[in-house]
Design a protein around this ligand. Structure first.
Ligand code: FES
Length: 246
């Protein structure tokens, strides 16, 4: 016998338990107070509820709607538009593999395929131990270090299938692998709370450089007519001021 979808509206989501609601409501008041119009706080509030459960649950959507006097449909429309809001629980470490064009052709597709086999999960799924979730993601604006893998939005540059598999093994073993640049890792829920706008408590995290390096600047240097370091003669573009009247 097959299930028949009657098209009835879903029952309202359960509220959070009282103590969770009270704690989150205090956080929400702080976030909402930063904006002249309450609904402008919706994106931070979605990160806040994601920090609670590891995803934006129907309960989280109900909470956001109540805090901002929006409908759950309005909140859902936003939560499902932005891909950083998850609809399934993330692992402690959410691993994003860039499979956008440049990363894909340089190995991102292969990394994603081999990681799925290695972990025994598919896109947007989480390992049974709750440690790793995996997702193929669009360009991370790190094409200069392609192929790129992110863990809780921190960069692991110039990956290979082998290095990516070693990375998830190290994460599961609690070895605290260091991102190529940027702050050291924390859990997905902790990352979500930082993204909601609360202080990053990790020592040195704010000062950790996530800036671009030499590959990031190569295009700019070439556009200025400069040669690349270690590659004399790679000057391919004349400086803009050359051959023009001052
Ligand atoms: S294509 Fe992967 S970071 Fe841009």
């Amino acid at each position: 016998m097959t299930n028949v979808e009657l098209g009835l509206p879903a029952l309202p989501a359960k509220p959070y338990p009282a103590e969770v609601h009270e704690r989150l409501a205090a956080d929400a008041r702080e976030l909402i107070g930063r904006y002249p119009v309450a609904r402008s706080a919706l994106l931070p509030l979605l990160h806040l509820v994601q920090a609670e459960e590891g995803f934006v649950s129907p309960t989280g959507i109900r909470f956001c709607a109540e805090q901002l006097e929006l409908t759950t449909a309005e909140v859902t429309a936003v939560a499902t538009f932005y891909t950083m809001y998850r609809r399934r629980p993330a692992g402690k470490y959410h691993v994003g593999v860039c499979t956008n064009t440049l990363c894909a052709v340089l190995g991102g597709d292969q990394i994603f395929a081999e990681l799925q086999d290695h972990l025994g999960v598919k896109n947007n799924e989480t390992t049974a131990d709750g440690e790793i979730s995996i997702e193929h993601i669009e360009c991370n604006a790190a094409c200069d270090y392609a192929p790129v893998v992110m863990v809780n939005w921190e960069f692991f540059d110039n990956q290979t299938p082998e290095s990516a598999k070693q990375l998830v093994d190290d994460l599961r073993a609690g070895h605290d692998p260091q991102p190529t640049r940027g702050a050291r890792l924390c859990s997905f829920k902790e990352t979500s709370r930082i993204l909601a706008g609360f202080p990053d408590e990790r020592p040195g995290a704010v000062d950790a450089s996530g800036a671009g390096g030499t590959p990031s600047m190569a295009g700019l240097r070439l556009s200025k007519g400069e040669a690349l370091p270690g590659a004399p003669g790679t000057k391919v573009v004349s400086p803009r001021h050359e051959g023009t009247e001052a």
